[in-house]
Design a protein around this ligand. Structure first.
Ligand code: ADP
Length: 460
């Protein structure tokens, strides 16, 4: 018997042991039937009380085996196989001894039921490793030969089955020798063949169990993937709902402005103002579409390799601050930029790096009230180039911080300050940074300010 996968071993052994016990109940009943028939056939030649006592002892032993089998099936441990093997050994050895006793009191060599040894040896071959089946063939041969020889030499009494064979047959040396030779030979051949077939079957069974197990593992993996797909699908539908909603709003506004003009509700002198409003909404729509396109491109994970190059983050920052300085001054903000010397380049698309800086700095300017401070800094640690944008603006609550990088998320305070905004900027920034193996995070205190930091891996 080769190794069973740990999970399947115990049920398999338990099933085989249970079969052995069930088989023994049938054997006890069979023995009683045969004994009774023998008693009738051989006109009281058989010592019935002794034979019935042996059958009863077998029944009692089997009850013990049943109880022990139940206990064993509840046990665990590495040596469970050994314990089951020993349990089967004890049972089969008991069967062989009981059969020998039954035979002794029911005619010895005269009783053709000595062939029953073959059944036990075959059972041992199926249940136990090969070496045991040969051992039981030897034990059965030894017990039966011992019985026949002991009766032959009259060390023990012989029960004669009157009328079945001639009374002196058990004394005929040649006959005894031929029977024992044929018996022993048959037993060993039977043990050999049965154990070979059993071994093959066990191997097949193990293969089946193993492939069943791997099927179960696969099924588990598939279920997880399925769940993940369902989640993704849900997120996608939600995203599409949000996008549609966001795209509709400006178009609906433009349409209602135009309708006002067309229906003649707007006096001539206010028409320009309404058209300008419409244009603003159209520009908002364009900004949103452009953000959505950016997001889609990032989502596809398609990094155009030809656009990736060693980017000097400090230089990109310098370019962005030139633009932002004016906006900060307009809002009367104190704007300062601190760039550490010798910050190495990162490998990225320069447009992406520019997008990161622009978004973070313009947010800081947008969400900081006049008179506030915005500080941008660039430094490095052993593996990363680190950018930080700090402001003394509206800040965020811990709850708001949790949703910060979600698509379309905008806080109520931000909406109050700046009506325009897609709520996609930070989602895009996070995707960009992560697509280059970097990380972005934010800290904030509601009403006091925020600090956005990102780290991009240094170019090798
Ligand atoms: P948008 O700026 O277009 O609203 P973002 O994705 O850039 O979109 O930002 C999402 C939200 O995160 C903002 O609406 C705002 O609520 C919050 N936020 C971003 N940056 C800051 C900041 N510096 N201070 C306070 N809140 C911020």
């Amino acid at each position: 018997m080769t190794d069973h996968p740990a999970m399947s071993l115990q049920p398999w052994l338990r099933m085989r042991t249970d079969q052995l016990i069930q088989f023994r109940w049938a054997e006890v009943i069979g023995a009683l039937v045969i004994i009774s028939a023998g008693d009738l056939l051989f006109s009281d030649a058989l010592p019935m009380p002794v034979l019935i006592a042996i059958a009863a002892a077998m029944a009692v032993a089997n009850a013990f085996f049943l109880a022990y089998g139940r206990r064993l099936s509840a046990q665990q441990g590495d040596d469970i196989r050994e314990r089951y093997t020993w349990f089967a050994n004890v049972q089969i050895a008991t069967d062989l001894v009981a059969l020998t006793l039954l035979l002794h009191f029911s005619g010895g060599i005269e009783n053709p039921f000595y062939l029953f040894y073959i059944v036990h040896v075959a059972a041992a071959s199926v249940l136990l490793p090969r070496r045991y089946s040969l051992l039981y063939a030897a034990l059965a041969t030894f017990l039966f030969s011992g019985l026949v020889m002991a009766e032959y030499y009259q060390w023990i009494p012989h029960v004669h089955l009157t009328g079945l064979v001639s009374p002196e047959r058990y004394q005929r040396g040649l006959y005894v020798a031929v029977v024992l030779f044929a018996f022993g030979g048959t037993l060993f051949i039977c043990a050999y063949i049965a154990s070979a077939i059993a071994e093959m079957l066990v191997r097949r069974e193990e293969e089946l169990v193993r492939s069943n197990l791997s099927c179960e593992v696969r099924a588990g993996e598939l279920a997880t993937l399925n769940r993940r797909l369902a989640e993704l699908d849900k997120a996608r539908s939600q995203f599409i709902r949000l996008v549609t909603h966001e795209l509709r709003a400006p178009v609906a506004a433009i349409q209602s402005y135009l309708r006002l003009i067309l229906d003649g509700y707007v006096p001539q002198e206010r028409q320009r103002e309404i058209i300008e409003k419409s244009e603003r909404r159209a520009l908002e729509q364009l900004a949103l579409i452009s953000d959505l396109l950016d997001l889609a491109r990032l989502q596809e994970g398609r990094k155009q390799e030809e656009q990736i190059e060693a980017v000097d983050v400090a230089q990109v920052l310098q370019g962005v601050t030139d633009l932002m300085q004016a906006r900060a001054e307009e809002k009367d903000l104190l704007f300062s930029v601190q760039i550490e010397e010798g910050v190495p380049p990162v490998r990225a698309n320069p447009e992406h790096v520019k997008q990161v800086w622009t978004n973070l700095i313009s947010n800081a300017i947008k969400y900081t009230a006049p008179g506030g401070i915005v500080v941008v800094s660039l430094s490095q640690n052993p593996n990363y180039v680190v950018g930080i944008v700090r402001d003394t603006g509206i800040g965020m609550t811990p709850e708001q911080l949790q949703h910060l990088f979600e698509e379309f998320y905008r806080t109520e305070e931000a909406k109050a300050i700046e009506r325009q905004g897609t709520g996609l900027g930070l989602t895009i920034v996070k995707r960009i940074v992560e697509s280059y193996g970097g990380r972005i995070w934010a800290e904030s205190e509601h009403g006091r300010g925020s600090k956005f930091s990102f780290a991009l891996p240094k170019a090798a």
